[in-house]
Design a protein around this ligand. Structure first.
Ligand code: HEC
Length: 512
């Protein structure tokens, strides 16, 4: 008995991990991470969604080597999430009409979950995801179809779609798995889905017309008591009490908030004010703006780290900012490569991984020393990550032995074969506008004429390396709509076209 107690103390699971740190792996766009396993043996796989290479790189974290590249074509692999049983990695295929379910226990076989088209035949456009804590469902916002898709998270397939409103973005699920809150980018309301009856109610969040859609991030507190939503165009964050489903606070003076995250187990919300390059801290219980802190261009997502600090990623800078949670003062700027997007913490809380969305790597950071350790090369424009912590040792060894074969595949998936340019302006466009994201973001944007000048200017603010004259040439080229007929493929796609019939297993069922 005494020995057992002694051992338990010796292995003290939470030593070094802040008591307010919260893993919340089941949520979309949040301090997502694997379940906390302080006695983790170091073996695990990180699934990194490479948007432009159109695949998922699997990084072995014991050796920091890529051990697989899973091709996911026909859209942009955006956010991967692991199911509670850690068997499936579900990946939203942004702008596409499907979700990929990667079977982590069957050789990374891909199951294709087809989604219904939106009105006028637009692709469903699965964007973000929230998993229920009971392990039953994955709720996926269909940004192109005004619906949320309900997937079976144990045997991935489409169960149903629920109509929520225009351009759904984020999903926050209550910890009791009873309700989901969905933010809508082009609607003045927030949708609340009852996860037993599938009935949908709405809460009015603003009277402003959100037009074609804007920002509108959503976060839920760790205990499920509050939901916060960014009214981006109103420079405001609202707080909803989930007990009454009423808006209890409107906090103004927040400059263009986009992503919204509760920090750990606290009621402090941090917003990424992308256009302003700042992070605002809000006390959600009191409905009070605490402070707005400039951190850098494209301030994007704030995470509460296992060290008790706040970690901020940037779409437009080459560093991660770390702030002291007590004083809200920046204490470190950790250099990465370009546009760090998602940050993930290892199961023991000692290491952070940041995707370099503007490049092709993941930066590995020592949490205690707040220093960059190294970076791992993955495919082009890595965005979200999911982490599997329970990999079997034989599977780890088998994949490690294959690592040498994987790097050349990733290299071929990272070389873009650009179409024969038809003009100098097209050359400039292709060179400048495929650095951080795929062409899809440009082609699918409905902007016309002069509107392109504003967008190109916004991209310069994001870090696009072009001068005034080049910006003018690119904007004029885009105004002609010639770019809409371009297709860009990777060398891997050209040399080894994927036969979807062989590449993906049929969806188990098409659901209701
Ligand atoms: C330094 C990185 C970077 C470069 C280079 C870049 N972009 Fe972007 N782009 C971004 C970011 C960041 C976003 C916003 C991403 C989001 O909202 O998820 C974005 C989004 C977009 C969108 C969608 C806009 C929206 O509001 O949804 C369009 C269109 C676009 N970019 C066009 C371009 C064009 C044209 C170029 C070339 C001039 C370009 N981008 C170059 C970083 C970049």
């Amino acid at each position: 008995m005494a020995l057992a107690v002694g051992l338990r103390q010796w292995l003290s699971p939470l030593s070094g991990i802040d008591r307010l740190y919260d893993v919340r792996w089941y949520e979309s766009q949040n301090a997502a991470g694997p379940e906390l396993l302080p006695r983790w043996d170091g073996n695990c796989w990180l699934y990194v969604a490479d948007e432009v290479s159109q695949g998922v790189t699997v990084v072995d974290l014991a050796t920091l080597k890529p051990v697989d590249f899973i091709r996911l074509e026909g859209g942009v692999p955006h956010h991967p999430h692991i199911t509670r049983d850690q068997r499936w990695v579900l990946v939203t295929i942004r702008y596409g009409d499907w979700v990929a379910a990667i079977d982590t226990e069957d050789d990374h076989r891909v199951r294709r979950i087809d989604l219904p088209m939106g009105p006028d035949g637009t692709p469903a456009g699965p964007l973000h995801m929230g998993l229920t804590r009971d392990g039953h469902y994955a709720l996926v916002t269909l940004n192109g179809a005004a619906h949320v898709a309900v997937l079976d998270a144990q045997n991935p397939r489409l169960l149903r779609v629920v109509e929520v409103g225009a351009r759904p973005r984020d999903v926050g699920v209550t910890p009791d798995s009873r309700k989901a809150y969905v933010s809508l980018q082009a609607d003045s309301r927030v949708a609340v889905i009852d996860l037993a009856t599938w009935e949908v109610r709405h809460i009015v969040r603003t009277t402003t017309d959100y037009g074609a859609g804007s920002g509108s991030g959503l976060g839920i507190s760790a205990d499920g008591k509050y939901v916060a939503v960014a009214n981006t165009l109103d420079d405001e964050v609202i707080v909803i009490d989930t007990g009454t489903d009423r808006v209890i606070h409107r906090v103004g003076g927040v400059p263009g908030p986009v992503n919204v995250d509760f920090l750990g187990k606290t009621y402090v919300v941090a917003t990424g004010n992308r256009a302003d390059g700042s992070v605002s801290f809000i006390d959600a219980a009191q409905g009070r703006l605490l402070e707005t802190v400039p951190t850098g261009r494209g301030a994007n997502i704030a995470y509460y780290g296992p060290d008790g600090n706040v970690w901020v990623s940037h779409n437009g800078a080459a560093y991660v900012t770390v702030l002291d949670f007590e004083t809200l003062e920046p204490i470190a700027e950790i250099p990465v490569v370009l546009n760090p997007h998602w940050i993930y913490f290892s199961p023991d809380g000692k290491t952070a991984y940041a995707t370099n969305w503007g490049a092709n790597s993941v930066t590995v950071i020592d949490v205690e020393r707040l220093e960059r350790v190294t970076h791992v090369v993955v495919g082009l424009n890595p965005n979200g990550m999911a982490l599997k912590a329970n990999v079997r040792t034989d599977a780890v060894a088998r994949r490690q032995a294959q690592a040498a074969e994987v790097s050349p595949v990733i290299a071929r998936a990272s070389r873009l074969v650009l179409p024969e340019p038809r003009s100098d302006a097209e050359v400039l466009f292709l060179q400048s506008c495929t650095i951080c994201h795929d062409l899809g973001r440009v082609i699918r944007n409905n902007a016309q004429g002069d509107q392109w000048l504003d967008i190109v200017q916004k991209m310069r603010d994001n870090g696009a390396p072009i001068d005034d004259e080049q910006a003018r040439i690119i904007a004029e080229y885009l105004a002609t709509d010639q770019h809409r007929s371009l297709t860009v493929r990777t060398q891997l796609q050209v040399e080894q076209p994927l036969d979807p019939a062989k590449g993906y297993e049929e969806a188990a069922s098409r659901g209701i």
